[in-house]
Design a protein around this ligand. Structure first.
Ligand SMILES: [Zn+2]
Length: 371
C-alpha cells in the first residue's frame, strides 16, 4: 500500500487532510480547532497501518510524508503485539526513506480525551477534567456520515456536554468506511481514533479504557498497545482501568453524563434498551437508584434474556450483583445472580466436556497400545 499526495486545506472553519492509499482517496476533516495539524503525516501514516496489516500489504510513502522516528520505532512493537494476538493481522514491512524520518522540533500543547457519551469516556472526562483542554469526537466510524439524523443527534449531545463544562469540542470526520469498504471500521476503530488525533500535535491524548485490570485480554485498545501509537509530540495514555460498576457510580451523580449517555448504536435513536450492554448499564444504575433519561427504566425480568459470553462481561455483572446486594436491591440481585450462575454452569459444562475428551483420548491410546 503506497501512501501519497498528502495535502492540507482550510475550508471555512475546517481543516481537511487528504491523501491516497494506492487508488483509495482518504479524507479526514477537523472542525472546532485553530490548530495547524503539525503531525498530519503521522496521523495519515499510522491510520493506514492496521488496514495494511489486515490486507497483508507492505506500507510505503511518497515524498509528501515526513514521519516521526519515534512513531516508526513504536509501531514495530505495536505490530508485534497485534500479530501475536490476532490471526487476521499480518506483519507488514514499512519502507520510509531515511531523509523523510524526523524528530519533531515543534512544542506540543494541550491535552485531550475522547468523548463518545459512553460510560468509559464520561468517567475519564470527569477524572481528568481539570487537566483537559479538548474533547475529541469522531463521525464516520461507529456512526456513518450518511446517517445525517444520527450524526446530528450524537454531535449535538457532545456539543452540549462540552459547552456545559466549558471545554472545546474537536470534531473529526473520516471517510474510512468508503475508502476501505471491505474492512470492518469496528475492527480498526480505536486505533484509527488515536492515529487521527496525532495530527493535532497534542501533549497528552487520553484513551478511556474499556476493561479493568481483571478483564485484560487481547483487544483493539489495550494498556500495552495504545501508548505505542505515541509519536515525538503526543503521549498516548490508556486511562481509567477500574471496574465499569465503579465508573457508573462515579458518573451517576452528573445529570449531564446521564442525560447524554450513549452506550449502544443499535437503534436509530441510539440506546436500544434491549441489548446486553444497554441492560447492563440500566441494571448498574438501578442498583444505585439512578436512571438515565437516555435509557428506558429497567424491568428486572428483562434481564432473563441476557446471556454472558466472556469472562470480562461476567466480571461486570458480578460487580453489579455486589452493588445490588450492598444497596439492598434484593429483586435485582436475584435476577443478576441467575445470569451469573447460568454463565458458571456453561463454564462447568465446558470443563466437563474437555475432561471427557481427554479421558476418551487416553482410553483410545491405551487400547491401541494393548493390541
Ligand atoms: Zn442497546
Amino acid at each position: 500500500m503506497k501512501l501519497s499526495a498528502l495535502t492540507l486545506e482550510t475550508i471555512g472553519n475546517r481543516v481537511v487532510m487528504s491523501w491516497k492509499a494506492d487508488n483509495r482517496a482518504l479524507q479526514l476533516t477537523f472542525s472546532g480547532t485553530e490548530r495547524s495539524l503539525p503531525a498530519a503525516a503521522d496521523a495519515a501514516f499510522a491510520s493506514c497501518l492496521m488496514p495494511a496489516m489486515l490486507l497483508g500489504e507492505e506500507l510505503t510513502v511518497d515524498e509528501s510524508f515526513n514521519v516521526s522516528k519515534a512513531l516508526l520505532s513504536n509501531l514495530a512493537q505495536f505490530q508485534q503485539y497485534f500479530v501475536s494476538w490476532f490471526d487476521d493481522l499480518q506483519w507488514v514491512n514499512i519502507l520510509i526513506p531515511e531523509q523523510q524520518l524526523h524528530d519533531n522540533t515543534v512544542a506540543p500543547s494541550d491535552n485531550a480525551v475522547f468523548y463518545s457519551g459512553g460510560v468509559d469516556a464520561s468517567y475519564s472526562f470527569f477524572e481528568l477534567k481539570n487537566n483537559i483542554n479538548h474533547l475529541i469526537f469522531c463521525l464516520g466510524l461507529d456512526i456513518q456520515l450518511g446517517e445525517h439524523e444520527r450524526c446530528e443527534k450524537a454531535l449535538s449531545a457532545a456539543q452540549q456536554f462540552a459547552l456545559h463544562y466549558d471545554k472545546n469540542l474537536i470534531v473529526m470526520e473520516t471517510n474510512f468506511r468508503d475508502a476501505f469498504p471491505e474492512l470492518s471500521a469496528k475492527r480498526c476503530q480505536i486505533v484509527l481514533l488515536i492515529s487521527y488525533s496525532l495530527a493535532l500535535g497534542l501533549c497528552n491524548l487520553y484513551v478511556p479504557a474499556s476493561h479493568d485490570a481483571r478483564e485484560l485480554e487481547p483487544f483493539i485498545t489495550h494498556p500495552l498497545t495504545d501508548p505505542l501509537l505515541s509519536n515525538a509530540l503526543t503521549n498516548v495514555i490508556h486511562h481509567g482501568m477500574i471496574s465499569r460498576m465503579k465508573k457508573t457510580a462515579a458518573i451517576a451523580n452528573s445529570d449531564q453524563a446521564l442525560n447524554y449517555l450513549r452506550v449502544c448504536n443499535a437503534s436509530s435513536q441510539f440506546n436500544c434498551g434491549e441489548c446486553e450492554k444497554c441492560l447492563r448499564t440500566m441494571a448498574a444504575l438501578a442498583t444505585l437508584d439512578k436512571q438515565s433519561a437516555a435509557l428506558p427504566v429497567l424491568a428486572p425480568r428483562k434481564l432473563r434474556a441476557v446471556q454472558i459470553w466472556t469472562p470480562g462481561i461476567y466480571h461486570m455483572w458480578q460487580d453489579i450483583y455486589d452493588s445490588a446486594v450492598q444497596n439492598n436491591k434484593a429483586g435485582l440481585a436475584k435476577e443478576v445472580a441467575k445470569l451469573c450462575k447460568a454463565y458458571d454452569r456453561k463454564q462447568l459444562l465446558k470443563q466437563i466436556k474437555k475432561q471427557i475428551a481427554v479421558i476418551i483420548t487416553d482410553l483410545k491410546l491405551r487400547l491401541l497400545n494393548s493390541k
